[in-house]
Design a protein around this ligand. Structure first.
Ligand code: DHB
Ligand code: MG
Length: 219
């Protein structure tokens, strides 16, 4: 096979079919998100399952998500924390939150998900800490602000997952003027330099093109 975006997407689809499978609640959440006209930029199925597995592997009971969108990744995380667990998810757009609320409730995990509507910079200072895992997937311009809050609202051992660190390779361009790329680069720089974190990152290819995810531990 030639290494092309089409081949990466086809392989990703195969992996999702083989390892994730058919999931009516998640598929309904995606349909609701599309029908409501929300951007279709949720994590890929294999990445949603990665979030779920990371939460379970680390025994996370309290999860913070920054950027709910239509609730697709929220459902993956809510399933991972189990019945006594809790997911607090922050969403700037009230319309997105309404779509997410309905899908999360329909998925049967509504009782463990608390959606906070507002910009991260306003909502995060109001939260009580003690989160075991923080998933950051919101406006990339604010990544350093979100990482700072993730450290403050976490504790040693907290797992941080930061989405979209590849951005089609744009992150290696130091002459970029794209605020999303600058925010992403700044976030990676912070993960590398700030002594509160120990981090790595992986590039990904698949149905979302060429991108990546950073993983960090609060030390
Ligand atoms: C964008 C944001 C995302 O969280 C994502 O996964 C893909 C793209 C974006 O804003 O372009
Ligand atoms: Mg994302």
């Amino acid at each position: 096979m030639d290494s092309t975006p089409a081949a990466w997407a086809e392989t990703d689809t195969f992996l999702a079919a083989t390892l994730v499978g058919h999931d009516p609640a998640l598929e309904a959440a995606l349909a609701a998100q599309r029908d409501a006209g929300l951007p279709e930029i949720e994590v890929a199925p294999v990445a949603g399952k990665l979030l779920n597995l990371l939460a379970r592997m680390s025994g996370a009971r309290r999860v913070l998500e920054i950027g709910t969108l239509g609730g697709y990744s929220t459902i993956w995380l809510a399933r991972a924390v189990g019945e006594g667990g809790r997911v607090v998810t922050v969403e700037a757009e009230a319309d997105n939150a309404a779509v997410a609320r309905a899908s999360i409730d329909a998925a049967g995990v509504g009782d463990r998900v608390d959606i906070r509507i507002g910009r991260g910079a306003d909502v995060l200072p109001t939260l009580v800490g003690g989160f075991d895992l923080v998933f950051i997937d919101a406006d990339k311009e604010s990544n350093t602000v979100y990482l700072d809050w993730a450290a403050k609202l976490g504790q040693p051992g907290t797992v941080i997952v930061l989405d979209n660190i590849g951005r089609e390779g744009e992150i290696i361009r130091d002459d970029t003027t794209d605020p999303m790329v600058i925010g992403t680069r700044d976030g990676l720089q912070m993960l590398g330099e700030d002594p509160r974190f120990d981090a790595t990152a992986l590039q990904t290819v698949g149905i979302k093109g060429w991108d990546g995810v950073a993983l960090a531990l609060v030390v």
